[in-house]
Design a protein around this ligand. Structure first.
Ligand code: 5GP
Ligand code: ZN
Length: 113
């Protein structure tokens, strides 16, 4: 999709610190990390938010969650990590391309702000 920063990253149009990539997803380091490890997983296909998914995305969504576990293990997050999907305005979703944050390597407080 034109003018989507995460589509541009997924298409290798912008140099990015890629952690994992396959034909369906890309994982890269967040430009403004909120924890010592902070990466984002995005589907290569443009989906604006979780609200824009439907039953045809069931396999992709399950695939991403299973990759979260694998990538977290590869990044050495054996002591735990948090997975965050900000959806819509109240959650401060700033990039309108679905992404899963993985944060770790520090104690994360709860509740979130
Ligand atoms: P959101 O608030 O939408 O859930 O999170 C968007 C995230 O994308 C933020 O953590 C922000 O730092 C990150 N981000 C925004 N633009 C870029 C970029 O061009 N490159 C990378 N690596 N991360 C970005
Ligand atoms: Zn996009």
């Amino acid at each position: 999709m034109a003018d989507c920063i995460f589509c541009a990253i997924a298409n290798h149009e912008i140099p990015t610190d890629v952690v994992y990539e396959d034909d369906k997803i890309m994982c890269f380091r967040d430009a403004e990390p909120q924890a010592p490890v902070h990466v984002l997983i995005v589907p290569k296909k443009h989906i604006a938010s979780l609200d824009d998914t439907d039953a045809s995305d069931q396999e992709l969504l399950g695939y991403i969650l299973l990759k979260v576990k694998e990538i977290a293990s590869d990044l050495g997050l054996e002591n735990g990590y948090r997975v965050v999907v900000n959806n819509g305005e109240d959650a401060f979703q700033t990039v309108k391309h679905l992404h899963f944050h993985i944060l770790g390597k520090r104690k994360l407080t709860w509740p979130p702000g």
